[in-house]
Design a protein around this ligand. Structure first.
Ligand code: NAD
Length: 475
């Protein structure tokens, strides 16, 4: 791991396996608290110099990161596939996303970095400056191990901060590879460290350390809640991007070809492991049967297989516990009365050691079932009929999450009224994600409080300082 500019190993290592086969192919260091301390102290020292550089100079370093990512794009994509299991096509897309995050961040070299407020007396000036927060700790999940690294590191560095990042225990390699790329691009020693280890010990130590000025987390609501409590003692800013339970709402008048295609892509992308994924689809009664028929037909033709194969459309789940969690959701739904239209278990013809789950469609589901209320994060879609606008909006808003939502209708009044009524940080009308770097990916309710993207995300990595100057009465 990269600690304060040095690559170090530890006697203890944690195995990393390939989700497609279950084979362990490498191990990474298991950090101790001394590494946390070292990384954060070096970060503090490096930040003092970096934070005083003009934005244009920081942007030059970020531009070089973009160039280095480009040079190593295929290698980075293959690392993502090896540890995370998404298809090579998806992984290449993820690496393009990495570049976009750095690209957006470096565009901030032209931003206004403060405001001048009209003073209440003559010969005075009152300015509100934007300054770096200092040392940022980032904690990230396994579903986009390279892109979420970039989503946090790019704005943090551009805003003048140092950053210490802890990747998921399951997918540490992409963050380590990205750290190497940043080093090659000339990121100063100590400004960026990647510490590998478990959340509840090493993640916690990073959050609670006296040097840490801010914490940014992407992960489950459970982890977000624990981290918020850890940070409360020090009263430091915490940005949380947490779980989701995105609905897709299809009204009678929708373009059904488009709705079926989008609902399909938004469910099975990355084996259903995206916080914005279509977790539940509500279809108005008049087109319900037709929608289900077309959707199941599409699922039948989905090519599940070796993620390194260019023709594969879906890879395995990321890990054995994640596989077991999804299976339990499906079994519980069936016990509650759901019908499996297709899938429901391991698919045929895949490596027996891998964490493969067949794309699954459930009908006979009601809104109060566990499978509709809780985040599944796997390739399983419940499709639920609804009758009225009021009913479906109430159901869409009925979960504890509020990240992403989707609406399909040709009626502008319905689309815009739904946009008003949906309690979500993101609404997509007649389209799906991925979200754009200039937008603001932010959750409501238990989906968190925060966001890293766009202007609003960038501002989270800054502090305000109000400066009062008296330069004397006018001569
Ligand atoms: P997770 O919560 O298990 O782990 C996320 C990270 O938090 C890991 O690095 C883990 O080690 C660390 N962690 C866990 N408990 C901790 C603690 N008590 N203290 C400090 N660190 C701790 O999540 P996961 O399974 O890796 O990722 C899947 C989750 O991430 C899903 O819920 C998904 O919706 C969410 N997610 C959200 C977004 C978003 O933008 N809102 C994006 C991607 C993923």
């Amino acid at each position: 791991m990269l600690v304060g500019g040095e690559w170090i190993s530890t006697p203890a290592t944690r195995p990393v396996d390939n989700p497609a086969t279950g084979d362990v192919f490498t191990g990474v260091p298991e950090a101790e608290e001394e590494h946390v301390d070292q990384a954060l102290r070096r970060a503090r020292a490096a930040q003092r110099t970096w934070g005083r550089l003009p934005l244009a100079q920081r942007a030059d370093v970020l531009a070089e990161i973009v160039r280095q990512v480009d040079l190593h794009a295929e290698e980075l994509a293959r690392i993502v596939v090896a540890e995370q299991g998404k298809t090579i096509t998806e992984a290449r897309g993820e690496i393009q996303g990495v570049k976009s995050f750095f690209d957006f961040a470096l565009s901030q070299k032209y931003r206004n970095v403060g405001e001048v407020v009209a003073p209440s007396r003559p010969g005075a000036q009152l300015t509100i400056r934007e300054e770096p927060v200092g040392v940022v700790v980032a904690i990230i999940p396994w579903n986009f191990p390279a892109a979420i690294f970039a989503r946090k590191v790019a704005p943090a560095l551009m805003a003048g901060n140092a950053i210490v990042l802890k990747p998921s225990e399951v997918t540490p390699l992409s963050a380590l590879a990205m750290a190497r790329v940043c080093q090659l691009a000339g990121v100063p020693d100590g400004l960026l460290s990647v510490v590998t280890g478990p959340g509840r010990s090493i993640g916690k130590a990073l959050v609670e350390h006296p040097v840490t000025d801010m914490v940014t987390v992407t992960g489950s609501t459970r982890a977000g809640r624990e981290i918020l409590a850890q940070a409360a003692e020090k009263i430091i800013p915490v940005s949380l991007e947490l779980g989701g339970k995105a609905p897709v709402i299809v009204f009678d008048d929708a373009d059904l070809d488009l709705a079926v295609q989008d609902a399909f892509e938004a469910r099975f992308w990355n084996c259903g492991q995206v916080c914005t994924c279509n977790e539940r689809t509500y279809v108005q009664r008049g087109v319900y049967d037709e929608f289900v028929r077309r959707f199941v037909d599409k699922v039948r033709s989905l090519r599940v297989g070796d993620p390194t194969d260019e023709s594969s459309q879906m890879g395995p789940k990321v890990s054995a516990p994640e596989w077991a969690k999804v299976k339990e959701f499906v079994d519980n739904a069936v016990a509650e009365g759901a019908k499996i239209e297709i899938g429901g278990d391991r698919p045929d013809g895949v490596d027996e050691g891998g964490y493969w789950f067949a794309p699954t469609v459930l009908t006979g589901v009601t809104n109060d079932m566990e499978i509709v209320q809780h985040e599944v994060f796997g390739p399983v879609l419940p499709i639920i009929p609804f009758d009225t606008y009021e009913e479906v909006i109430e159901w869409a808003n009925s979960t504890v999450y509020g990240l992403t939502s989707h609406v399909y209708t040709e009626n502008m009044r319905v689309a815009m009224t739904a946009t008003d009524d949906l309690e979500f940080g993101e609404v997509y009308i007649n389209r799906i994600g991925p979200e754009e770097v200039g937008g603001f990916h932010t959750g409501w309710k238990l989906s968190g409080m925060g966001g890293d993207d766009g202007q609003h995300g960038f501002e989270r990595y800054t502090h305000r300082k109000t400066v009062y100057v008296d330069y004397g009465p006018q001569r």
